[in-house]
Design a protein around this ligand. Structure first.
Ligand code: C2E
Ligand code: MG
Ligand code: MG
Length: 759
């Protein structure tokens, strides 16, 4: 064999270790032995004979050349089971094609069992006897393969973090995001268990919120101590990632139990928001001991950071929503929440025999308390009245503060008018006890109007009826209740009169527009105005828009009024532009009511007004409120899209007063966000308002939205807003809404607020 082989032309090489020394004389074998790879000569086929393998084989695969060449099956046997089939097929085909140069990369098993990546470069050579033989080189490329795999894993991890971040921005729920995070963590770290644990308010325990490898029934139930002696607790305390490579050798923490299973290794990172307390930890556990590369730790932390941002956003949204539907003074639901609950109750009524009742309650002589003892005593009284009202009700009833000294009560599931009357009497009894206000006792009575619903009524009508009944109670001497009947439509009639007058207001020229400046917080220049409609009633004087716009919305008058406002405002803006064509144009903001936005014809109306007035669409901003989004999500996208296509800017008005969802900001084609007055009011004094406003501003900036702060009344507000990076402001601090001529004057001579600000 050996002789044969030598004659076949491999210079100076022979079979087995005996040859490597023996052949040294010719100079080639020494060279071969120095090549950091296995040089070989072998027959083709799964069990082809091996004639030569250079000594490196011992280092690379654990067999001596003699051992290797003695067993023709060894090569195929040591192929990695996952690669064996394709490698043998390829080898057979290459040999059949008498291929003169092929490189394959496959895995083999070292004698000790570890995986070795091999690059096999070979040519097929025909020897003198006409037999085909492989002449080749097997190199160990394990390290390169590992680096490649590592790079791929890192890229996949980065992509997973980016996708999670995108989903968070698109407004995915926190449940979905947590699930996605644990799934990505487990998959790309190659571990069996991954979980999000939330720190409970007492901060002594964590609860399982989401996980992979866990039964879903454990979510929200399974607890775990957050003490320093646990991996999770230690992570929370130090804020740094904690790695346990081998739980059996771990001395710092108690080994966590996963049912019957014992874990091998674990990695945990903290989930921490920007401004709130830590939310909890993100932990992965593998069932066997292992190390975690620094990149793995970074990856898990990056997932946790995206989660932290999303959770923070959720918390802020909840806080905004909670505020938006509650009265800050008494903590009771406000009118918005009351109407919402009433509507649900009315919807349920249709299906049952039960009734529901509304009590409209007003404190008698409250104005007197306010005027004689001061506002703070009035507030004290309202605050003390709230728990008493609750005391008179069942847990399932709702009591809300409508504003001032007016409260609404919703009684669901009652069987007769009698039940409502008994509640009114119970309230009277509870109010018979004096209130202690500023140290002295005061007796306060209530006037209550009751309206009953049997199904089919509208929430607004019912509240109006109960209100009318309450007025009757006041008329009849206060400290009593009245049940609504048709004869009490007096207030409704009054409303009807406003309605009729409003019909004629447009024709008679009783409506006019005023303009409130929008100011840049960078240099306090006048950058735009908001058009606000005004109505001077010939007998009743100025009626605020908040009183007549809702009526106009109900009876359809909002369309002609809205069109008039839009046309008037655009004409005015075009005039200002024409007067100073070389200056930066003012932005004109016009409010749209919910009813207008739901009309498909709106984009056409706007387009034709832009045409007839010649106003550049980029100068027109249309303000819509969030309620619009909630009410009609369907056709809305289309109308807003068509408006955007005209080139006008869309503004979300009064942000923070409705069912605020920050995800509107990403879903709708908005340009500007107006932060509601109620948040601006607490800036600098209320840390919660400041934190919320800060988040809203930060999010808007991330989404390239402009932010306008409404209701800026003090220089403190201005300071805080500038600090938070808010670009634009509007409010009495600068100017109230004023007639057009005053804006013209400001354009010509500079705004009135500038000199005062500079001093
Ligand atoms: P809005 O669009 O949020 O307008 C801002 C309101 O806040 C205006 O009240 C303005 O006078 C008031 N305001 C501005 N700065 C301050 C401040 O520093 N402090 C305080 N306390 N208030 C400030 P206004 O004019 O009574 O309008 C009330 C609402 O009526 C508007 O709220 C808007 O929703 C609606 N509205 C006004 N004009 C129109 C209109 O032409 N069409 C429609 N659909 N709605 C309108
Ligand atoms: Mg507005
Ligand atoms: Mg507003």
């Amino acid at each position: 064999m050996v002789g044969d082989y030598d004659s076949a032309g491999l210079p100076g090489a022979g079979q087995g270790e005996s040859t490597s020394g023996g052949m040294a004389g010719d100079g080639y074998s020494e060279l071969l032995e120095r090549v950091p790879a296995i040089v070989y000569v072998a027959d083709p086929g799964e069990d082809g004979l091996w004639y030569y393998a250079s000594p490196q084989i011992e280092h690379i695969l654990g067999y001596t050349p003699a051992q290797w060449c003695a067993d023709p099956d060894l090569w195929a046997a040591r192929l990695h089971p996952d690669d064996r089939e394709w490698v043998l097929t390829r080898e057979a085909r290459l040999a059949a094609d008498a291929c003169d140069g092929a490189a394959l990369e496959y895995r083999m098993l070292h004698r000790d069992g570890r995986v070795v990546w091999i690059r096999d470069d070979s040519v097929i050579v025909r020897d003198e006897a006409g037999e085909l033989r492989w002449h080749g080189v097997l190199s160990d490329v394990t390290e390169r393969k590992q680096v490649e795999a590592e790079l791929e894993r890192r890229a996949a991890q980065q992509a997973a973090v980016a996708v999670l971040g995108e989903h968070a921005l698109e407004g995915a729920s926190t449940e979905e995001l947590m699930h996605e995070a644990v799934r990505s963590a487990a998959e790309l770290l190659g571990v069996e268990l991954a979980a999000v644990w939330e720190l409970l308010p007492a901060e002594t325990e964590l609860v399982l919120r989401s996980g992979l490898g866990w039964p879903a029934s454990e979510f929200g139930n399974l607890r775990y101590p957050a003490a320093e002696g646990s991996q999770a607790g230690y992570t929370l305390m130090t804020g740094a990632p904690v790695v346990v490579e081998d739980w059996d050798a771990e001395t710092r923490f108690a080994q966590p139990r996963y049912g019957e299973r014992r874990t091998g290794a674990g990695l945990s990172v903290k989930i921490e928001g920007r401004s709130r307390e830590p939310f909890g930890v993100l932990i992965v556990q593998s069932m066997t001991p292992r190390a975690f590369a620094p990149g793995d730790v970074d990856y898990l932390q990056a997932l946790a950071n995206v989660l932290a941002d999303a959770l923070e956003r959720q918390a802020i949204e909840d806080a905004i929503r909670e505020r938006a539907v509650h009265d800050p003074l008494t903590g009771l639901p406000n009118r918005v929440l009351f109407v919402d609950r009433l509507e649900h109750a009315l919807a349920r009524l249709g299906r049952s025999e039960a009734l529901c009742a509304i009590l409209f309650l007003d404190l008698d002589h409250f104005k007197l308390v306010n005027d004689s003892l001061g506002h703070h005593v009035g507030d004290e009284l309202l605050t003390a009245a709230a728990p008493r009202l609750k005391q008179a009700l069942r847990l399932s009833d709702t009591v809300a503060r409508f504003g001032g000294d007016e409260f609404g009560i919703l009684l669901e599931d009652i069987s007769s008018e009698r039940d409502a009357i008994e509640t009114a009497e119970r309230i009277a009894a509870i109010f018979a006890r004096p209130f202690v206000l500023s140290g002295s006792e005061h007796f306060v009575t209530t006037s209550i109007g009751i309206a009953l619903a049997r199904g089919g009524e509208l929430a607004d009508e019912l509240i109006r009826d109960a209100d009318a009944a309450m007025y009757r109670a006041k008329d009849r001497g206060r400290a009593r209740y009245e049940v609504f009947d048709e004869g009490m439509r007096g207030r409704a009639i009054e409303r009807l009169r406003v309605e009729n007058d409003l019909r004629r207001a447009l024709e008679r020229g009783e409506l006019r527009l005023e303009y409130q400046p929008v100011v840049s917080l960078r240099n306090f220049s006048l950058v735009g105005v908001e058009a606000l409609v005004r109505w001077r009633h010939p007998e009743r004087g100025e009626i605020p828009p908040s009183d007549f716009i809702p009526i106009a919305e109900e009876n359809g008058l909002i369309e002609p009024i809205g069109r008039w406002v839009l046309e008037r405002a655009c004409r005015q803006a075009a005039e200002w532009y024409a007067a100073r064509p070389d200056s930066a144009p003012l932005t004109m903001s016009v409010n749209l009511s919910a009813v207008q936005v739901t009309r498909r014809s709106l984009p056409d109306v706007v387009a034709s007004i832009l045409r007839s007035t010649g106003l550049d669409p980029a100068c027109l901003s249309l303000e819509i409120t969030e309620t619009v989004m909630v009410r009609d999500a369907e056709g809305l996208g289309e109308v807003l899209g068509a408006l955007k296509a005209l080139g006008v800017r869309l503004v979300l008005d009064d942000f923070g007063t409705g069912y605020s969802s920050l995800s509107y900001l990403t879903r709708l084609p908005l340009d500007v966000l107006k932060v509601d007055r109620s948040f601006v009011d607490g800036l600098g004094s209320e840390p919660r308002d400041t934190a919320i406003t800060e988040t809203i501003i930060a999010m808007s900036r991330a989404l390239s939205l402009d932010v306008v702060a409404e209701g800026v009344e003090t220089s403190e507000h201005v300071r805080e807003l500038s600090r938070l990076g808010c670009g634009l402001a509007q409010g009495f601090h600068f100017s109230r809404a004023v007639p057009a001529e005053e804006i013209t004057r400001a354009l010509e001579h500079g705004p009135a607020w500038l000199p005062t600000l500079n001093t």
